[in-house]
Design a protein around this ligand. Sequence first.
Ligand SMILES: Cc1cc2nc3c(=O)[nH]c(=O)nc-3n(C[C@H](O)[C@H](O)[C@H](O)COP(=O)(O)OP(=O)(O)OC[C@H]3O[C@@H](n4cnc5c(N)ncnc54)[C@H](O)[C@@H]3O)c2cc1C
Length: 443
Amino acid sequence: MKRRELFKLAAAAALTSATANAAEKKKSKESKSSFNFALLPKNGKGKRVVIIGGGWAGLSVAKRLKEYSPNSDVVLIEQRAHFVSCPISNLWLVDAVDLEFLTHSYLDAARNNGYTFFQAAAYNIDRKNKVVLTTNGDVKYDYLVVATGIDYDYSQWTKGDIELEYELRTNYPPGFMTHSEHQVIKEKLEDFEEGNFILTVPGGNYRCLPAPYERACVIADYFKKNKIKGKVILLDENPDITIKKKGFHSAFNELYKDYIQYVPSAKIEKFDLKNKKVETEIGDVYEFADAAFYPRVRGSKLLEIAGIAKDGINKKEANIDPFTYQVKDDPNIFCCGDVRPMAFSKSGNTANSEGYVVARIIANLIEGKKPTWKSPHTTCYSAVSTDPIRAISVDADYKWDKTNKVFTFANVKLNEKWQGKMGLHTGKGLLEWAKGMYRDMFD
Ligand SMILES: Cc1cc2nc3c(=O)[nH]c(=O)nc-3n(C[C@H](O)[C@H](O)[C@H](O)COP(=O)(O)OP(=O)(O)OC[C@H]3O[C@@H](n4cnc5c(N)ncnc54)[C@H](O)[C@@H]3O)c2cc1C
Protein backbone atom coordinates (compact mmCIF):
# COMPACT_ATOMS: atom_id res chain seq x y z
CA MET A 1 0.00 0.00 0.00
CA LYS A 2 1.25 3.49 -0.86
CA ARG A 3 2.04 5.94 1.98
CA ARG A 4 -0.77 8.30 0.85
CA GLU A 5 -3.37 5.49 0.94
CA LEU A 6 -2.13 4.40 4.36
CA PHE A 7 -2.45 7.97 5.60
CA LYS A 8 -6.05 8.16 4.24
CA LEU A 9 -6.98 4.92 6.01
CA ALA A 10 -5.53 6.11 9.32
CA ALA A 11 -7.40 9.40 8.99
CA ALA A 12 -10.65 7.55 8.27
CA ALA A 13 -10.11 5.29 11.31
CA ALA A 14 -9.44 8.32 13.54
CA LEU A 15 -12.59 10.00 12.22
CA THR A 16 -14.67 6.85 12.88
CA SER A 17 -13.33 6.58 16.40
CA ALA A 18 -13.95 10.31 17.06
CA THR A 19 -17.49 9.94 15.73
CA ALA A 20 -17.99 6.86 17.91
CA ASN A 21 -16.72 8.77 20.98
CA ALA A 22 -19.02 11.68 20.24
CA ALA A 23 -21.95 9.28 19.74
CA GLU A 24 -21.08 7.54 23.02
CA LYS A 25 -20.95 10.87 24.86
CA LYS A 26 -24.23 11.96 23.28
CA LYS A 27 -25.83 8.61 24.20
CA SER A 28 -24.69 8.83 27.80
CA LYS A 29 -25.93 12.46 27.98
CA GLU A 30 -29.24 11.38 26.46
CA SER A 31 -29.54 8.42 28.84
CA LYS A 32 -29.03 10.79 31.79
CA SER A 33 -31.56 13.25 30.48
CA SER A 34 -33.92 10.45 29.47
CA PHE A 35 -35.12 10.29 33.08
CA ASN A 36 -38.60 11.54 33.47
CA PHE A 37 -38.43 12.92 36.98
CA ALA A 38 -41.54 13.12 39.12
CA LEU A 39 -42.22 16.60 40.41
CA LEU A 40 -41.86 16.28 44.16
CA PRO A 41 -41.54 19.07 46.73
CA LYS A 42 -38.63 19.07 49.19
CA ASN A 43 -39.41 18.55 52.85
CA GLY A 44 -35.84 19.15 54.00
CA LYS A 45 -32.68 20.87 52.72
CA GLY A 46 -30.43 17.88 53.41
CA LYS A 47 -29.92 14.50 51.77
CA ARG A 48 -32.81 12.87 49.92
CA VAL A 49 -33.76 9.51 51.46
CA VAL A 50 -36.20 7.49 49.36
CA ILE A 51 -38.07 4.51 50.77
CA ILE A 52 -39.75 1.97 48.48
CA GLY A 53 -42.64 0.16 50.20
CA GLY A 54 -45.13 1.63 52.66
CA GLY A 55 -45.59 -1.43 54.83
CA TRP A 56 -44.66 -1.87 58.46
CA ALA A 57 -40.94 -1.38 57.83
CA GLY A 58 -41.11 1.47 55.26
CA LEU A 59 -43.64 3.56 57.19
CA SER A 60 -41.50 3.24 60.31
CA VAL A 61 -38.26 4.22 58.57
CA ALA A 62 -39.93 7.28 57.01
CA LYS A 63 -41.41 8.54 60.27
CA ARG A 64 -38.30 7.95 62.39
CA LEU A 65 -35.95 9.48 59.83
CA LYS A 66 -37.82 12.79 59.95
CA GLU A 67 -37.46 12.59 63.74
CA TYR A 68 -33.75 11.64 63.88
CA SER A 69 -32.66 13.70 60.88
CA PRO A 70 -35.22 16.53 60.39
CA ASN A 71 -33.24 18.14 57.55
CA SER A 72 -33.48 15.03 55.38
CA ASP A 73 -35.81 15.14 52.41
CA VAL A 74 -37.80 11.92 52.90
CA VAL A 75 -39.96 10.36 50.16
CA LEU A 76 -42.07 7.22 50.67
CA ILE A 77 -42.98 5.39 47.44
CA GLU A 78 -45.91 2.96 47.75
CA GLN A 79 -47.93 1.32 44.99
CA ARG A 80 -51.18 0.98 46.95
CA ALA A 81 -53.59 3.81 47.72
CA HIS A 82 -54.50 2.53 51.20
CA PHE A 83 -52.74 0.68 53.97
CA VAL A 84 -54.79 -2.38 54.94
CA SER A 85 -53.19 -4.26 57.81
CA CYS A 86 -52.30 -7.97 57.51
CA PRO A 87 -52.02 -8.32 61.31
CA ILE A 88 -55.58 -8.60 62.72
CA SER A 89 -56.90 -9.54 59.26
CA ASN A 90 -57.65 -13.08 60.54
CA LEU A 91 -60.15 -11.51 62.94
CA TRP A 92 -61.65 -9.48 60.10
CA LEU A 93 -62.26 -12.71 58.10
CA VAL A 94 -64.82 -13.74 60.71
CA ASP A 95 -66.23 -10.26 61.47
CA ALA A 96 -64.54 -9.91 64.86
CA VAL A 97 -63.23 -6.46 63.78
CA ASP A 98 -64.38 -4.20 60.94
CA LEU A 99 -62.46 -3.01 57.88
CA GLU A 100 -62.02 0.46 59.39
CA PHE A 101 -59.89 -1.07 62.12
CA LEU A 102 -57.42 -2.37 59.51
CA THR A 103 -57.44 0.55 57.07
CA HIS A 104 -55.23 3.64 57.35
CA SER A 105 -54.36 6.59 55.14
CA TYR A 106 -50.91 7.16 53.67
CA LEU A 107 -51.75 10.84 53.30
CA ASP A 108 -52.35 11.12 57.06
CA ALA A 109 -49.06 9.36 57.78
CA ALA A 110 -47.09 11.69 55.49
CA ARG A 111 -48.84 14.89 56.66
CA ASN A 112 -48.53 14.02 60.35
CA ASN A 113 -44.86 13.21 60.06
CA GLY A 114 -43.58 15.75 57.54
CA TYR A 115 -42.45 13.48 54.71
CA THR A 116 -43.66 13.14 51.09
CA PHE A 117 -45.95 10.28 50.03
CA PHE A 118 -45.64 9.31 46.38
CA GLN A 119 -48.09 6.72 45.08
CA ALA A 120 -46.30 4.72 42.37
CA ALA A 121 -44.86 1.29 41.69
CA ALA A 122 -41.07 1.13 41.48
CA TYR A 123 -40.07 -1.11 38.58
CA ASN A 124 -36.28 -0.80 38.75
CA ILE A 125 -33.39 1.04 40.35
CA ASP A 126 -30.73 2.78 38.25
CA ARG A 127 -27.99 2.26 40.80
CA LYS A 128 -25.29 4.04 38.77
CA ASN A 129 -27.26 7.28 38.61
CA LYS A 130 -29.04 6.73 41.97
CA VAL A 131 -32.53 6.96 40.51
CA VAL A 132 -35.64 4.89 41.31
CA LEU A 133 -37.69 4.23 38.17
CA THR A 134 -41.41 4.25 38.86
CA THR A 135 -44.67 4.09 36.96
CA ASN A 136 -45.35 7.74 37.84
CA GLY A 137 -41.93 9.23 37.15
CA ASP A 138 -38.38 8.79 38.36
CA VAL A 139 -37.03 9.76 41.77
CA LYS A 140 -33.42 10.65 42.57
CA TYR A 141 -31.94 9.54 45.90
CA ASP A 142 -28.86 9.94 48.07
CA TYR A 143 -29.86 7.00 50.26
CA LEU A 144 -32.44 4.36 49.35
CA VAL A 145 -34.36 1.93 51.56
CA VAL A 146 -36.01 -1.08 49.92
CA ALA A 147 -38.81 -2.38 52.16
CA THR A 148 -40.99 -4.16 49.62
CA GLY A 149 -41.91 -7.27 51.64
CA ILE A 150 -42.40 -10.78 50.27
CA ASP A 151 -43.59 -12.52 47.14
CA TYR A 152 -44.88 -16.08 47.00
CA ASP A 153 -42.64 -18.88 45.78
CA TYR A 154 -44.86 -21.58 44.23
CA SER A 155 -41.97 -23.42 42.55
CA GLN A 156 -41.88 -26.35 45.03
CA TRP A 157 -45.52 -27.12 44.29
CA THR A 158 -45.88 -26.21 40.65
CA LYS A 159 -42.39 -26.98 39.25
CA GLY A 160 -42.86 -24.39 36.53
CA ASP A 161 -46.53 -25.14 35.69
CA ILE A 162 -47.70 -21.55 35.16
CA GLU A 163 -51.39 -22.46 34.70
CA LEU A 164 -51.42 -24.31 38.04
CA GLU A 165 -49.68 -21.41 39.79
CA TYR A 166 -52.17 -18.93 38.34
CA GLU A 167 -55.11 -21.08 39.38
CA LEU A 168 -53.74 -21.41 42.92
CA ARG A 169 -53.05 -17.66 43.14
CA THR A 170 -56.51 -16.64 41.96
CA ASN A 171 -58.88 -19.39 43.14
CA TYR A 172 -57.13 -20.40 46.36
CA PRO A 173 -55.15 -17.28 47.40
CA PRO A 174 -52.93 -17.67 50.48
CA GLY A 175 -54.05 -14.41 52.15
CA PHE A 176 -50.56 -13.43 53.24
CA MET A 177 -49.93 -10.37 51.08
CA THR A 178 -52.83 -8.29 49.83
CA HIS A 179 -56.26 -7.39 51.08
CA SER A 180 -57.82 -8.70 47.83
CA GLU A 181 -56.67 -12.16 48.90
CA HIS A 182 -58.23 -11.72 52.34
CA GLN A 183 -61.45 -10.62 50.69
CA VAL A 184 -61.59 -13.83 48.62
CA ILE A 185 -61.08 -15.96 51.75
CA LYS A 186 -63.81 -14.04 53.59
CA GLU A 187 -66.23 -14.65 50.70
CA LYS A 188 -65.31 -18.35 50.72
CA LEU A 189 -66.23 -18.55 54.41
CA GLU A 190 -69.49 -16.67 53.90
CA ASP A 191 -70.48 -19.12 51.12
CA PHE A 192 -69.21 -22.23 52.90
CA GLU A 193 -71.86 -24.93 53.46
CA GLU A 194 -70.06 -28.09 54.56
CA GLY A 195 -66.91 -30.20 54.14
CA ASN A 196 -63.18 -29.70 54.54
CA PHE A 197 -61.47 -26.33 54.37
CA ILE A 198 -57.77 -26.89 53.74
CA LEU A 199 -55.12 -24.49 55.04
CA THR A 200 -51.38 -25.07 54.69
CA VAL A 201 -48.27 -24.04 56.62
CA PRO A 202 -45.14 -23.67 54.45
CA GLY A 203 -41.57 -24.56 55.34
CA GLY A 204 -38.68 -22.07 55.59
CA ASN A 205 -38.93 -18.70 57.36
CA TYR A 206 -42.42 -17.87 56.11
CA ARG A 207 -44.32 -14.64 56.86
CA CYS A 208 -45.79 -14.61 60.37
CA LEU A 209 -45.08 -18.02 61.91
CA PRO A 210 -48.22 -18.21 64.12
CA ALA A 211 -50.71 -16.72 61.62
CA PRO A 212 -51.72 -20.00 59.85
CA TYR A 213 -52.49 -21.61 63.25
CA GLU A 214 -54.38 -18.50 64.35
CA ARG A 215 -56.37 -18.63 61.11
CA ALA A 216 -57.21 -22.31 61.70
CA CYS A 217 -58.56 -21.38 65.17
CA VAL A 218 -60.71 -18.44 64.03
CA ILE A 219 -62.20 -20.39 61.08
CA ALA A 220 -62.96 -23.38 63.34
CA ASP A 221 -64.50 -20.95 65.83
CA TYR A 222 -66.67 -19.53 63.02
CA PHE A 223 -67.83 -23.04 61.94
CA LYS A 224 -68.60 -24.01 65.54
CA LYS A 225 -70.49 -20.80 66.34
CA ASN A 226 -72.54 -20.89 63.14
CA LYS A 227 -73.18 -24.65 63.34
CA ILE A 228 -71.55 -25.21 59.95
CA LYS A 229 -70.60 -28.83 59.26
CA GLY A 230 -67.09 -27.83 58.35
CA LYS A 231 -63.62 -28.94 59.37
CA VAL A 232 -60.30 -27.16 58.95
CA ILE A 233 -57.59 -29.51 57.72
CA LEU A 234 -54.27 -27.89 58.51
CA LEU A 235 -51.50 -29.46 56.43
CA ASP A 236 -48.21 -28.41 58.01
CA GLU A 237 -44.98 -28.91 56.06
CA ASN A 238 -43.12 -28.72 59.42
CA PRO A 239 -42.84 -31.62 61.90
CA ASP A 240 -44.79 -29.66 64.54
CA ILE A 241 -46.37 -26.26 65.21
CA THR A 242 -43.56 -23.74 64.64
CA ILE A 243 -44.31 -21.29 67.50
CA LYS A 244 -46.57 -21.06 70.60
CA LYS A 245 -46.86 -24.82 70.25
CA LYS A 246 -48.46 -25.61 73.61
CA GLY A 247 -51.03 -22.84 73.30
CA PHE A 248 -52.17 -23.81 69.81
CA HIS A 249 -52.18 -27.57 70.53
CA SER A 250 -54.34 -27.02 73.61
CA ALA A 251 -56.73 -24.74 71.69
CA PHE A 252 -57.02 -27.33 68.87
CA ASN A 253 -57.72 -30.13 71.38
CA GLU A 254 -59.87 -28.34 73.95
CA LEU A 255 -61.86 -25.90 71.79
CA TYR A 256 -61.94 -27.37 68.30
CA LYS A 257 -61.59 -31.16 68.62
CA ASP A 258 -64.27 -31.79 65.95
CA TYR A 259 -63.37 -28.76 63.85
CA ILE A 260 -59.58 -28.93 63.29
CA GLN A 261 -57.53 -31.82 61.98
CA TYR A 262 -53.86 -30.95 62.42
CA VAL A 263 -51.50 -32.92 60.14
CA PRO A 264 -47.74 -32.37 60.74
CA SER A 265 -45.01 -33.17 58.15
CA ALA A 266 -47.61 -32.95 55.38
CA LYS A 267 -46.05 -31.48 52.26
CA ILE A 268 -48.35 -31.36 49.24
CA GLU A 269 -46.94 -33.20 46.25
CA LYS A 270 -49.92 -33.17 43.82
CA PHE A 271 -52.89 -30.87 43.24
CA ASP A 272 -56.03 -32.20 41.54
CA LEU A 273 -58.03 -28.96 41.54
CA LYS A 274 -60.70 -30.29 39.17
CA ASN A 275 -61.66 -33.03 41.63
CA LYS A 276 -60.71 -30.91 44.66
CA LYS A 277 -58.09 -33.26 46.06
CA VAL A 278 -54.49 -32.91 47.17
CA GLU A 279 -51.95 -35.64 47.77
CA THR A 280 -49.05 -35.34 50.21
CA GLU A 281 -45.49 -36.62 49.78
CA ILE A 282 -46.32 -39.82 51.67
CA GLY A 283 -49.37 -40.50 49.48
CA ASP A 284 -52.18 -39.35 51.80
CA VAL A 285 -55.10 -37.85 49.87
CA TYR A 286 -57.28 -35.04 51.26
CA GLU A 287 -60.52 -33.91 49.64
CA PHE A 288 -61.68 -30.36 50.14
CA ALA A 289 -64.76 -28.22 49.64
CA ASP A 290 -62.59 -25.11 49.68
CA ALA A 291 -59.06 -24.02 50.57
CA ALA A 292 -56.42 -21.31 50.90
CA PHE A 293 -53.01 -22.68 49.96
CA TYR A 294 -50.04 -20.82 51.50
CA PRO A 295 -46.80 -21.61 49.57
CA ARG A 296 -43.23 -20.83 50.60
CA VAL A 297 -42.13 -17.20 50.44
CA ARG A 298 -39.27 -15.29 48.83
CA GLY A 299 -38.04 -11.68 48.78
CA SER A 300 -40.04 -9.29 46.59
CA LYS A 301 -39.31 -9.39 42.87
CA LEU A 302 -37.84 -5.86 42.79
CA LEU A 303 -34.74 -7.08 44.65
CA GLU A 304 -33.98 -9.51 41.86
CA ILE A 305 -34.70 -6.99 39.09
CA ALA A 306 -32.42 -4.39 40.70
CA GLY A 307 -29.62 -6.94 41.26
CA ILE A 308 -29.63 -6.72 45.06
CA ALA A 309 -30.93 -10.22 45.85
CA LYS A 310 -29.18 -13.40 46.91
CA ASP A 311 -30.38 -16.95 47.36
CA GLY A 312 -30.98 -17.88 50.98
CA ILE A 313 -33.40 -20.01 53.03
CA ASN A 314 -36.11 -18.12 51.20
CA LYS A 315 -35.11 -17.46 47.60
CA LYS A 316 -33.99 -14.04 46.49
CA GLU A 317 -33.85 -12.23 49.80
CA ALA A 318 -31.81 -9.03 50.17
CA ASN A 319 -28.05 -9.29 49.85
CA ILE A 320 -27.17 -7.13 52.86
CA ASP A 321 -24.77 -6.79 55.75
CA PRO A 322 -26.87 -8.22 58.61
CA PHE A 323 -25.71 -5.53 61.08
CA THR A 324 -25.94 -2.35 58.98
CA TYR A 325 -28.69 -3.42 56.51
CA GLN A 326 -26.54 -2.02 53.64
CA VAL A 327 -26.51 -3.84 50.31
CA LYS A 328 -23.11 -5.56 50.09
CA ASP A 329 -21.83 -3.86 46.93
CA ASP A 330 -23.92 -0.69 47.27
CA PRO A 331 -23.77 0.85 50.77
CA ASN A 332 -26.19 3.67 49.89
CA ILE A 333 -29.01 1.13 49.60
CA PHE A 334 -30.57 -0.46 52.69
CA CYS A 335 -33.10 -3.29 52.88
CA CYS A 336 -35.33 -4.08 55.85
CA GLY A 337 -38.58 -5.73 56.89
CA ASP A 338 -39.58 -9.10 55.46
CA VAL A 339 -37.07 -8.78 52.55
CA ARG A 340 -34.18 -9.33 54.97
CA PRO A 341 -32.30 -12.67 54.92
CA MET A 342 -31.69 -12.76 58.71
CA ALA A 343 -33.73 -15.40 60.53
CA PHE A 344 -35.79 -12.84 62.44
CA SER A 345 -39.51 -13.37 62.66
CA LYS A 346 -41.18 -12.06 59.50
CA SER A 347 -43.65 -10.01 61.50
CA GLY A 348 -45.04 -6.48 61.55
CA ASN A 349 -43.70 -5.69 64.99
CA THR A 350 -40.20 -6.83 63.98
CA ALA A 351 -40.38 -4.76 60.76
CA ASN A 352 -41.60 -1.72 62.72
CA SER A 353 -38.78 -1.94 65.29
CA GLU A 354 -36.27 -2.45 62.48
CA GLY A 355 -37.55 0.81 61.00
CA TYR A 356 -36.19 2.62 64.07
CA VAL A 357 -32.83 0.82 63.74
CA VAL A 358 -32.40 1.57 60.03
CA ALA A 359 -33.51 5.21 60.41
CA ARG A 360 -30.90 5.62 63.18
CA ILE A 361 -28.18 4.05 61.00
CA ILE A 362 -28.97 6.39 58.08
CA ALA A 363 -29.19 9.45 60.37
CA ASN A 364 -25.77 8.52 61.80
CA LEU A 365 -24.25 8.17 58.32
CA ILE A 366 -25.67 11.54 57.28
CA GLU A 367 -23.97 13.07 60.34
CA GLY A 368 -20.72 11.29 59.50
CA LYS A 369 -21.04 8.88 62.45
CA LYS A 370 -20.68 5.10 62.44
CA PRO A 371 -23.77 2.90 62.10
CA THR A 372 -24.71 1.09 65.33
CA TRP A 373 -26.59 -2.23 65.52
CA LYS A 374 -29.52 -2.79 67.83
CA SER A 375 -31.68 -5.90 68.03
CA PRO A 376 -35.14 -5.62 66.49
CA HIS A 377 -37.95 -6.65 68.79
CA THR A 378 -40.78 -9.11 68.23
CA THR A 379 -44.10 -8.94 70.04
CA CYS A 380 -46.71 -11.20 68.55
CA TYR A 381 -50.24 -11.94 69.74
CA SER A 382 -52.43 -14.68 68.26
CA ALA A 383 -56.17 -15.06 68.79
CA VAL A 384 -57.45 -18.56 69.50
CA SER A 385 -61.14 -17.57 69.80
CA THR A 386 -63.22 -14.54 68.83
CA ASP A 387 -66.22 -14.20 71.13
CA PRO A 388 -64.71 -13.34 73.51
CA ILE A 389 -61.28 -12.77 71.99
CA ARG A 390 -58.77 -14.97 73.83
CA ALA A 391 -55.13 -14.88 72.81
CA ILE A 392 -51.61 -16.15 73.42
CA SER A 393 -48.40 -14.21 72.86
CA VAL A 394 -44.64 -14.20 72.45
CA ASP A 395 -42.10 -11.48 73.11
CA ALA A 396 -38.44 -11.72 72.05
CA ASP A 397 -35.20 -9.99 71.06
CA TYR A 398 -32.33 -11.45 69.02
CA LYS A 399 -28.64 -12.12 69.67
CA TRP A 400 -25.74 -13.04 67.40
CA ASP A 401 -24.45 -16.58 67.79
CA LYS A 402 -20.74 -16.12 66.96
CA THR A 403 -20.03 -19.85 66.57
CA ASN A 404 -22.75 -20.61 64.05
CA LYS A 405 -22.85 -17.08 62.62
CA VAL A 406 -26.62 -16.77 62.86
CA PHE A 407 -29.09 -14.73 64.89
CA THR A 408 -31.06 -16.60 67.54
CA PHE A 409 -33.94 -15.62 69.81
CA ALA A 410 -33.03 -13.92 73.13
CA ASN A 411 -35.08 -12.88 76.20
CA VAL A 412 -38.06 -14.93 75.05
CA LYS A 413 -41.28 -14.51 77.05
CA LEU A 414 -44.06 -16.89 76.09
CA ASN A 415 -47.63 -16.69 77.28
CA GLU A 416 -49.49 -19.74 76.00
CA LYS A 417 -52.38 -19.81 78.47
CA TRP A 418 -55.51 -18.70 76.67
CA GLN A 419 -57.80 -20.23 79.36
CA GLY A 420 -59.17 -18.10 82.23
CA LYS A 421 -58.60 -14.40 82.86
CA MET A 422 -55.09 -14.42 81.39
CA GLY A 423 -56.42 -15.40 77.93
CA LEU A 424 -59.04 -12.65 78.02
CA HIS A 425 -56.45 -10.14 79.19
CA THR A 426 -54.14 -11.11 76.30
CA GLY A 427 -57.11 -10.86 73.89
CA LYS A 428 -57.54 -7.21 74.92
CA GLY A 429 -53.77 -6.80 74.69
CA LEU A 430 -53.89 -7.97 71.06
CA LEU A 431 -56.25 -5.18 69.98
CA GLU A 432 -54.38 -2.59 72.07
CA TRP A 433 -51.08 -3.73 70.55
CA ALA A 434 -52.50 -3.22 67.03
CA LYS A 435 -53.90 0.24 67.87
CA GLY A 436 -50.53 1.20 69.36
CA MET A 437 -48.70 0.04 66.23
CA TYR A 438 -51.04 1.97 63.89
CA ARG A 439 -50.56 5.10 66.04
CA ASP A 440 -46.81 4.56 65.91
CA MET A 441 -46.81 4.48 62.09
CA PHE A 442 -49.60 6.91 61.15
CA ASP A 443 -50.02 9.57 63.90
C1 LIG B 1 -52.76 -12.97 58.02
C2 LIG B 1 -51.55 -12.31 58.61
C3 LIG B 1 -51.48 -12.11 59.97
C4 LIG B 1 -50.36 -11.50 60.52
N1 LIG B 1 -50.33 -11.27 61.87
C5 LIG B 1 -49.29 -10.59 62.41
C6 LIG B 1 -49.32 -10.26 63.80
O1 LIG B 1 -50.25 -10.58 64.53
N2 LIG B 1 -48.28 -9.56 64.30
C7 LIG B 1 -47.22 -9.18 63.53
O2 LIG B 1 -46.31 -8.52 64.04
N3 LIG B 1 -47.17 -9.49 62.19
C8 LIG B 1 -48.17 -10.18 61.62
N4 LIG B 1 -48.16 -10.46 60.27
C9 LIG B 1 -46.94 -10.22 59.46
C10 LIG B 1 -46.80 -8.79 58.93
O3 LIG B 1 -47.93 -8.43 58.20
C11 LIG B 1 -45.57 -8.68 58.04
O4 LIG B 1 -44.47 -9.27 58.65
C12 LIG B 1 -45.27 -7.21 57.76
O5 LIG B 1 -46.31 -6.69 56.96
C13 LIG B 1 -43.91 -7.03 57.08
O6 LIG B 1 -43.70 -5.68 56.83
P1 LIG B 1 -42.90 -5.19 55.53
O7 LIG B 1 -42.90 -3.70 55.62
O8 LIG B 1 -41.63 -5.90 55.41
O9 LIG B 1 -43.78 -5.69 54.31
P2 LIG B 1 -45.25 -5.23 53.90
O10 LIG B 1 -46.03 -4.83 55.09
O11 LIG B 1 -45.80 -6.28 53.03
O12 LIG B 1 -45.01 -3.93 53.05
C14 LIG B 1 -44.43 -3.93 51.77
C15 LIG B 1 -45.04 -2.80 50.99
O13 LIG B 1 -44.27 -2.57 49.83
C16 LIG B 1 -45.15 -2.28 48.77
N5 LIG B 1 -44.43 -2.59 47.53
C17 LIG B 1 -43.95 -3.80 47.15
N6 LIG B 1 -43.32 -3.69 45.97
C18 LIG B 1 -43.40 -2.39 45.61
C19 LIG B 1 -42.93 -1.67 44.47
N7 LIG B 1 -42.24 -2.26 43.50
N8 LIG B 1 -43.21 -0.35 44.40
C20 LIG B 1 -43.92 0.27 45.38
N9 LIG B 1 -44.39 -0.37 46.47
C21 LIG B 1 -44.11 -1.68 46.58
C22 LIG B 1 -46.35 -3.16 49.02
O14 LIG B 1 -47.49 -2.67 48.37
C23 LIG B 1 -46.46 -3.08 50.54
O15 LIG B 1 -47.31 -2.06 50.97
C24 LIG B 1 -49.29 -11.07 59.69
C25 LIG B 1 -49.37 -11.28 58.32
C26 LIG B 1 -50.49 -11.88 57.78
C27 LIG B 1 -50.56 -12.05 56.32
